[in-house]
Structures are given as structure tokens and as C-alpha cells.
Design a protein around this ligand. Structure first.
Ligand SMILES: C[S@@+](CC[C@H](N)C(=O)[O-])C[C@H]1O[C@@H](n2cnc3c(N)ncnc32)[C@H](O)[C@@H]1O
Length: 383
């Protein structure tokens, strides 16, 4: 069985995306927020699932009554499935109780975020803080106990354990444990190169969630999308690089790029926040994002324009074809479920133009998905 954690608890969106893959990928809701595919095709390549926040390939139910019991069960499974000497990572996180899916309107979501609230995160039922805290503690103890047990019994396997949130490397394995209660949960052990093969929906953070970026000085909350895309890509904008920001106002993404030391041309019909207009590394270019062409290729195209998803997809593919960019982070706005299928074309096209590439619903996205990656280096520019 493959278990998927649906992005923002949107099971319907993930089920529809699986259904578009064909009958062998049809999923079912295991419990709210979790979608299972019971018999995935044996030799199929991992699919690209923008609405899966995390993937647990080969998930099985596990149970233990104490921390030391958990350590015994997990160490036994890890020792028998992760080859000695293979680097691997371990994620253990709690998800106690029913997954209550909160649906909030955009205004409520933004105001909850402004007040430091959780936004549309999925919370455990019951007394959420108490349960979450107890679960996190237990997970920490289990990790510690697994390490100790492996040290005694499978020292060479323990040596491979690495702590990192870098993108998966083909030689790495992954062990994920979700505690659905103190005494039960799911386990997924994936030796190399599984995590790399699943990299577009298996993220190197527990539950696939990245702690949200906070910066009160940013001109808009939208800046967090670019910061998260950089983290998932494993590459930030860097000092001295050139960047075009399409649909830049009021300037959250331009602010991040300029802070990193990049030189930015910011294109929008509306102006940027005043201080950014005066920034020495920012040039504001009033105008239409869809007709703007850079004078020469740039290091980064970043684009957060509000437009139909097929239009933005065409814009990105045009930039890639012309060789006008090296790296990209592009938001595709989706008006509703009817728009979801419109991202399929990018899944078909991006492998021709980019490596690495990702297409996913970011934790910071609301009614959007984000495409990010690097133009393939073996392609010659066509401009
Ligand atoms: C979601 S906002 C961008 C937010 C920005 N990334 C930030 O971090 O502050 C979308 C922007 O796209 C701009 N926009 C929409 N259509 C456009 C077009 N055809 N050309 C240029 N800008 C456009 C809007 O004016 C708006 O400022």
C-alpha cells in the first residue's frame, strides 16, 4: 500500500489527481487527510502528484505499547530493509486523533496567519495542544531509543543515519513513522533509490511540512512561497545573480531576491512598495508580464502573476524554450477543482525542459500550485 498525506487535507483534490493517472492508481480515503492506493502497479515509475504533501511507499501498520517496544519493532524493520553502509534518514512524527480538516476562506486564512494562528493546518481532535505536545515528546523518545537499539544490534546501519533536509540523493534511503496514537501508527521503509525516485511528492521534512517563513518587514505574506520553493528545490537565489520577477507587486518575492543579493527586474502593472522602488538592486518595469522579454538570459525567472493556469504554463514553457532562464519558481493559480487538470500539461512538458523540476502545492500556497526547477543544461538556447 502507498499512503499519501493530502496537501492541506484536500483528499478530493488528491483522489482526482490519482484518478487522472488511470484505473490502477485509484485511491481511497484511509482516514481524513490520508489517501491510500492499495495495489499500485508493480513496476510503474512514481507518478507526479502535486496534491500529495507526503508519500509513504509500502506503508504498513505497526503497533507497540512502550517506547522500548517501538524501538525494538522499528530497529528490526530498519535493520532488515536498509542495507549496511547505505545513508538513510529517519522521520518520526505524531498525528494523533481524527484529522480535522479546516476549510477557511482566504480572508479568514490571512487574518489567522497575521495573528500568528495556524492557518488551514490540520489539527488533531480533542485537546490539540496537549495531544500534539505528548505525541512530539513520544516521537523524540522513540528516535532516541531506535538509535540506542541500532547501536547495540546494527551498528553499521546506524552509521548510515544522516540528518539533512537537502533534496534526496539517489543513494539515500528513508524511514518514516507516523504515530496515529501512542501505541499505533504506520511505517514506511524505503531503501535507495526509492526516496529519490519519489522526490516530487516525498519531501525531506517530516510530514512534508516546512516551518512557515516569518518576516514582518516583507511587503506581503506571498514572500513565504518563494522561500519555501527555494527550500524544496535546495537552491536559493544568490548574490550577483540576475532575476526577473513577473507580477511582482507589492514586492514580496522581489524583497527576498534583493535580500539574497540578486539584481531584480520587477514587472507589474501596479507599483512596488516605495522602499523597493528605491532599492539599488531593484529596477521596476511597469508593464505586462506576458509580453515582457529580458534583454539577455537571466539566472532566475520568478513569477507570481494572477492569470489562468494555462496562460502561466505557456509563459514558463516559452521562457524555457527560448533559454531565457536557468532557474524558475512559478505560481499557477487555480480557480477551483475544475482548474486542477490544467496542470497535467506541465507534468508532460517539464521533463523535456528542466532537471530537476517539481510541481507541487506548497504549504504556503492557497488555491495554487508551484512549479520550480532548473532548465536542463544539455539544451542549447534557442533565442
Ligand atoms: C499575487 S500578486 C503578486 C505578489 C508578489 N509575488 C509579492 O510577493 O508581493 C499578483 C500580481 O500580478 C499582477 N499582474 C496580474 N496580471 C498581470 C499582467 N498581465 N502583467 C503584470 N502584472 C500582472 C497584479 O498586479 C499583482 O500585483
Amino acid at each position: 500500500m502507498i499512503l499519501f498525506l493530502s496537501a492541506d487535507g484536500d483528499d478530493a483534490g488528491l483522489l482526482a489527481e490519482l484518478q487522472r493517472l488511470g484505473p490502477e492508481w485509484v485511491g481511497r480515503v484511509e482516514r481524513p487527510g490520508w489517501v491510500a492506493v492499495d495495489r499500485p502497479p508493480a513496476y510503474a515509475a512514481p507518478p507526479v502528484l502535486a496534491f500529495a504533501r507526503q508519500t509513504l511507499p509500502g506503508a504498513e501498520r505497526v503497533a507497540a505499547t512502550s517506547v522500548s517496544g517501538w524501538a525494538r519493532v522499528l530497529a528490526e524493520r530498519i535493520g532488515s530493509q536498509i542495507p549496511e553502509g547505505q545513508p538513510w534518514r529517519l522521520h518520526v512524527w505524531p498525528q494523533y486523533g481524527e484529522r480535522k480538516v479546516e476549510r477557511m476562506g482566504a480572508r479568514a486564512w490571512h487574518s489567522a496567519r497575521r495573528q500568528g494562528g495556524p492557518g488551514p493546518r490540520v489539527e488533531p481532535a480533542g485537546r490539540p495542544e496537549v495531544l500534539a505536545h505528548a505525541g512530539e515528546n513520544r516521537c523524540r523518545l522513540i528516535v532516541q531509543a531506535v538509535r540506542e537499539t541500532l547501536k547495540e544490534r546494527r551498528r553499521h546501519v546506524l552509521k548510515g543515519l544522516v540528518e539533512s533536509t537537502d533534496p534526496w540523493r539517489p543513494e539515500e534511503g528513508a524511514v518514516q513513522v507516523v504515530l496515529t496514537g501512542p501505541e499505533q501508527g504506520w511505517l514506511s521503509v524505503v531503501p535507495a533509490p526509492g526516496p529519490f525516485a519519489w522526490r516530487r511528492s516525498l519531501w525531506p521534512w517530516p510530514a512534508g511540512e516546512i516551518p512557515g517563513a516569518v518576516d514582518k518587514a516583507a511587503p506581503s505574506r506571498a514572500f513565504a512561497k518563494l522561500v519555501e520553493a527555494e527550500a524544496r528545490l535546495g537552491r536559493q537565489l544568490a548574490a550577483g545573480e540576475t532575476c526577473v520577477d513577473l507580477g511582482a507587486a507589492p514586492g514580496g518575492w522581489t524583497y527576498v531576491a534583493a535580500q539574497r543579493g540578486a539584481r531584480v527586474v520587477a514587472v507589474d502593472r501596479s507599483p512596488l512598495r516605495g522602499d523597493l522602488l528605491d532599492h539599488p538592486r531593484v529596477r521596476f518595469q511597469p508593464g505586462d508580464a506576458f509580453t515582457y522579454r529580458p534583454e539577455r538570459p537571466v539566472d532566475w525567472l520568478i513569477c507570481d502573476v494572477i492569470a489562468a493556469p494555462e496562460r502561466t504554463a505557456d509563459l514558463l514553457l516559452d521562457w524555457l524554450r527560448r533559454g531565457d532562464l536557468r532557474w524558475f519558481v512559478v505560481t499557477l493559480k487555480l480557480k477551483g477543482p475544475a482548474d486542477h487538470a490544467k496542470i497535467e500539461r506541465l507534468k508532460q512538458e517539464l521533463p523535456n525542459w528542466a532537471d530537476p523540476w517539481f510541481l507541487t502545492h506548497l504549504s504556503a500556497n492557497k488555491g495554487e500550485v508551484c512549479a520550480f526547477g532548473r532548465r536542463r543544461e544539455d539544451l542549447v538556447p534557442s533565442r
